[in-house]
Design a protein around this ligand. Structure first.
Ligand SMILES: Nc1ncnc2c1ncn2[C@@H]1O[C@H](COP(=O)(O)OP(=O)(O)OP(=O)(O)O)[C@@H](O)[C@H]1O
Ligand code: SF4
Ligand SMILES: [Mg+2]
Length: 376
C-alpha cells in the first residue's frame, strides 16, 4: 500500500510519497537512450529523450510508425528484452530512480504505481488465463486482497470499463472477446491498483472510430476520478489534440517538438509536426479527398541521416540542415521546445533562404533575431 514517505524501507520494500506531497514532477526522464544490437547493426530506437510529466497531467507522444514510441514507453517502464539492449539515462518516478532498480523492485512498481496499456492486447494478455484471474492476480499481489475481495473488485472494474455481464465475462479467455472488449480488459488490468501514471501505447489501434472514442473517454474519466497522469502514445495527432495537456512529437527516436497542446497547434515550429497536422483528415474536406501522406520514408535507425534527421523529407531543407544536427531549443516561450534550424512562423520557414542562420522567435511567433535562443 502507498505510504507517505519516499525512499527504500525494510526488506527492499519501496515506499512512495502521496502524490499531492510531490514537489517535483511525477516522472522525469533525462537523456534516455535505448538501442538494440542486431545482425544488421545497432538500432538507435530512442536517442537522448528527456521529458517530464506532472501528476494528473496527460502527455501525448506522437510520431509515425517506427519513430520509437513503444520503445520509449517500454524503456520508461523498464520492460525491455533482456539481451542485446543498451540503455542509458535516468527515469525518475515519484522520487525513485527506476533505471537503478532490481527486477524485484520494479515488480513492486509495475501495476501498482506505474502501468502500461499495451499496443496489442492479444499479445499482452495471457491467452490461457481467464481475464478475471489476470486482474485479480495484481490485486492480490499489490493490494493484498483475499480471493473473494479481489474477485468482487475485478467484477466492478470490468463493469466500470463497460464490459457487459462482468460476472460471467470474468470467466472468459481473451480469444472469446472482441478487439474492443480486449482493449477494455487491458485498461481494467492497467487501472486495477490505481497507479499514479499510465502509459497507454496506442490504446485504440485497430478499433472503429466509435469504440475508439468510447475507450479514450473512459480512460479520461478514470484519470479524472483518480488524478492519474497519462502518457497517451499514438501515431495520430488528431487523437491527442483534444485530450493531451502537452504534446511531444517524436521523429526517428528523438523528441523534435514539445509544447502545451494549444501552443503546438497555434505556433507549430517543426515542419515535421506541420506535416503530421496536415495528415489529419478534416470534416470540412470534400468526400473523396485523399489523405495527405508525408512524402518519403522514415529514416533507417541504424544509419540515420546526418544533420537534421527529417532533412531528406523536409520541403524547407537547406544546406545547414544536412550538415548540423539542430538542437532542441526554446525561443521566447520556455515550455515550447523544437529542433529545427528554420522553424516555421505562421506556416512558413523563418530566416532568409540559404542564409544558414538560425532565426530566434518571440512567443507570439514574430522573428526576433536580437535575442539568442537558449539551447536546451
Ligand atoms: N527488440 C528490437 N530489436 C531491434 N529493433 C527493434 C526492437 N524493438 C523495436 N525495434 C526498432 O526500434 C524502432 C522503433 O520501434 P517502435 O516499436 O518503438 O516504433 P513505434 O513508434 O512504436 O511504431 P508503431 O507506431 O508502428 O507502433 C523501429 O525501427 C523498430 O524496428
Ligand atoms: S532543420 Fe531544416 S530539414 Fe530539419 S526540419 Fe528544420 S528546416 Fe527542415
Ligand atoms: Mg508502437
Amino acid at each position: 500500500m502507498i505510504r507517505p514517505t519516499a525512499g527504500r524501507g525494510n526488506a527492499g520494500t519501496l515506499h512512495f510519497p502521496d502524490v499531492s506531497d510531490l514537489a517535483d514532477p511525477l516522472l522525469e526522464v533525462e537523456d534516455l537512450v535505448t538501442s538494440f544490437r542486431t545482425t544488421r547493426g545497432t538500432v538507435h530506437a530512442v536517442d537522448r529523450v528527456s521529458l517530464t510529466v506532472n501528476r494528473g497531467q496527460t502527455l501525448g507522444v506522437v510520431g509515425e510508425s517506427g519513430s520509437g514510441k513503444t520503445v520509449l514507453s517500454r524503456s520508461i517502464m523498464g520492460l525491455l528484452p533482456a539481451r542485446d539492449v543498451l540503455r542509458s539515462g535516468t527515469v525518475r518516478f515519484a522520487g525513485h530512480d527506476l533505471t537503478a532498480m532490481e527486477p524485484a523492485q520494479l515488480r513492486q512498481v509495475w501495476g501498482a504505481q506505474l502501468s502500461m496499456i499495451f499496443q496489442d492486447p492479444m499479445t499482452a494478455l495471457n491467452p490461457v488465463v481467464r481475464i478475471g484471474r489476470q486482474i485479480t492476480e495484481s490485486l492480490r499481489l499489490h493490494l493484498k486482497m483475499d480471493r473473494k475481495e479481489a474477485t468482487a473488485t475485478a467484477i466492478e472494474l470490468l463493469r466500470s470499463v463497460g464490459i457487459p455481464s462482468p460476472e460471467q465475462r470474468i470467466r472468459s479467455y481473451p480469444f472469446q472477446l472482441s478487439g474492443g472488449m480486449r482493449q477494455r480488459v487491458m485498461i481494467a488490468i492497467a487501472l486495477a491498483c490505481a497507479p499514479r501514471l499510465v502509459l497507454a501505447d496506442e490504446p485504440t489501434t485497430g478499433l472503429d472510430v466509435t469504440v475508439q472514442a468510447q475507450i479514450l473517454d473512459l480512460l479520461a474519466a478514470m484519470q479524472q476520478e483518480r488524478h492519474m497522469a497519462v502518457i497517451l502514445v499514438t501515431h495520430d495527432l488528431g487523437v491527442v489534440a483534444k485530450r493531451a495537456d502537452d504534446i511531444a512529437v517524436m521523429y526517428a527516436g528523438r523528441i523534435v517538438e514539445r509544447a502545451p497542446t494549444r501552443t503546438l497547434f497555434a505556433h507549430t515550429r517543426m515542419p515535421y509536426t506541420r506535416a503530421l497536422m496536415d495528415s489529419i483528415p478534416r470534416l470540412s474536406d470534400p468526400s473523396g479527398t485523399r489523405l495527405r501522406a508525408i512524402g518519403g520514408r522514415p529514416p533507417d535507425l541504424i544509419h540515420p541521416p546526418t544533420g537534421c534527421r527529417f532533412s531528406p523529407r523536409c520541403p524547407y531543407v537547406q544546406d545547414k540542415c544536412r550538415e548540423a544536427d539542430p538542437p532542441l531549443r526554446t525561443a521566447g516561450s520556455p515550455d515550447h521546445l523544437f529542433a529545427c534550424w528554420f522553424p516555421l512562423v505562421d506556416g512558413v520557414p523563418s530566416g532568409p533562404s540559404g542564409s544558414g542562420q538560425p532565426v530566434t522567435l518571440t512567443t507570439n511567433g514574430a522573428p526576433n533575431n536580437a535575442v539568442e535562443a537558449p539551447a536546451s
